[in-house]
Design a protein around this ligand. Structure first.
Ligand code: RP5
Length: 172
């Protein structure tokens, strides 16, 4: 399933980024950018709960054996993708509500976050911040077993802190 474009290096993907539609990429690219920056091998796929349900089932059923350790799933509107993936795999699913046009993403958020007890989806903020944070969270999940990723995450956070400290006058 992996292609040459999937990861900044040739390593097998540890994280899957999936989304319900090509239109979600504008949001989900922020997850991919963060994983790229942290050197986390990942793959990117369009997997729709409604339009390609069999692909969803296959993706979830093979995720663990293919080596995925987290799945970042973004969807908008009636956003069933993260919950259905979580129903079919024990790999942790991180849900990103895409900002829908009709209801500004409140529909996406509520349909991802309101899971029944027993099938958890870790749900992030609506939109770009949620996609970026899901990637950072996936890196944090991997940090203890992959020290290089842990070091990259620590360096990122340290740079972020320095950026604020070195630019603390909002008039400049
Ligand atoms: C969802 O429907 C997708 O996740 C997307 O956010 C939304 C709209 O999809 P398109 O009509 O743009 O393909 O399944």
């Amino acid at each position: 399933m992996a292609s040459k474009e999937d990861a900044p290096n040739a390593a097998a993907p540890l994280v899957g980024i999936v989304m319900g539609s090509r239109s979600d990429w504008e949001t989900m690219q922020h997850a991919a950018q963060k994983l790229d920056a942290l050197g986390v091998p990942h793959e990117v796929r369009i997997v729709s709960a409604h339009r390609t349900p069999d692909v969803l089932f296959d993706y979830a059923a093979t995720a663990q054996s293919r080596g995925l350790r987290a799945i970042i799933a973004g969807a908008g509107g009636a956003a069933h993708l993260p919950g259905m993936l979580a129903a079919k795999t024990a790999v942790p699913v991180l849900g990103v509500p895409v900002q829908s046009k009709a209801l500004n993403g409140m529909d996406s958020l509520l349909s991802i976050v309101q899971m029944p007890a027993g099938i958890p989806v870790a749900t992030f903020a609506i939109g770009n911040a949620g996609a970026a944070n899901a990637a950072l969270f996936a890196a944090a999940l991997l940090a203890s077993s992959h020290p290089q990723i842990g070091a990259s995450l620590e360096a990122f956070r340290s740079r972020q802190t320095d950026d604020v400290a070195n630019n603390d006058d909002p008039r400049k």
